[in-house]
Design a protein around this ligand. Sequence first.
Ligand SMILES: NC(=O)c1ccc[n+]([C@@H]2O[C@H](COP(=O)([O-])OP(=O)(O)OC[C@H]3O[C@@H](n4cnc5c(N)ncnc54)[C@H](OP(=O)(O)O)[C@@H]3O)[C@@H](O)[C@H]2O)c1
Length: 275
Amino acid sequence: MKVLVFGASGQLGSLLPPAFAAHSVRGITRADADLRDAAAVRKAVGESSPDAVVLAAGNADADFCEDHPGDAYAVNVDGARNVAEATRGRHLTVFSTDHVFDGRAGPYSEEDRPNPMNVYGRTKLEAERIVQSVNPRSLVVRTTLVFAPGDRSFFSKLLSTKEPVPCWSDHVATYTYGPNLAQSVAELVEAGRTGVWHVAGTDVLSRHDFSLKVAARFGLDPSLFRPVPLARSAPRAPRPLRAGLRTEKARAALRTKLLSSDEALELAYRAYGRP
Ligand SMILES: NC(=O)c1ccc[n+]([C@@H]2O[C@H](COP(=O)([O-])OP(=O)(O)OC[C@H]3O[C@@H](n4cnc5c(N)ncnc54)[C@H](OP(=O)(O)O)[C@@H]3O)[C@@H](O)[C@H]2O)c1
């Protein structure tokens, strides 16, 4: 299979090539094709002539999106439409998020009704709908709080900090180990799956709970990680407080085992060791 990855320089995009190692993978960046430029997107797809395309490019910064809704819509919605139009007849995977939900009753299954409470979530939900209507061979993978050592995630901040880090104590969600997500996505693509799938870690915990697990596994000082309510840090974009994703559908279909945070941290520790 020939696979083309948009967003190869990003957190998720850089995790994908190893998971597709059995295939011929090409990763491209914004310099190769800006998502907002329909002709450039068409050209990139035409030149690679892939069997499957993975859209791992987009604006994933909820606070930036809240302050710059025009930019957020241009990249996350119009950009996704451009990719869906350019990939008709090919398999397309796009990434979405638990921010499509309002955070009143998470974790959420694929059957739950989306109701985004911030601009980022609205752009991602609109993109999900457009992509699926434009390209019927679309797979929407919703995931959350992806982490791997060396990335720019909250997890990496915990590993590298020498200063106290405020950790939300009342925002709960599912923490997802990047290589486990990438392996699961590769399996879904290989099977030609379409529709909406939740792929995430299997336990729901707050940032503070997560930080204590990281401290315990990596031998860090837990007192650096200070519990604070979300409202205290007043992020620009409101967050779905009781969020996270239920993954029964993926767990029933995948050979790849979706991991709990303890299992994921154990693998991360074995792969990368102490910071
Ligand atoms: N990370 C998570 O925990 C998470 C959770 C749920 C869903 N997602 C979704 O996964 C996708 C990737 O997120 P990420 O965390 O990997 O983001 P990221 O690390 O910020 O990477 C975003 C990628 O998109 C590219 N990009 C941004 N604007 C572009 C444009 N106009 N044209 C072409 N490429 C552009 C960036 O290229 P440059 O480097 O050149 O800017 C970068 O390669 C997003 O759709 C996000 O909504 C992520």
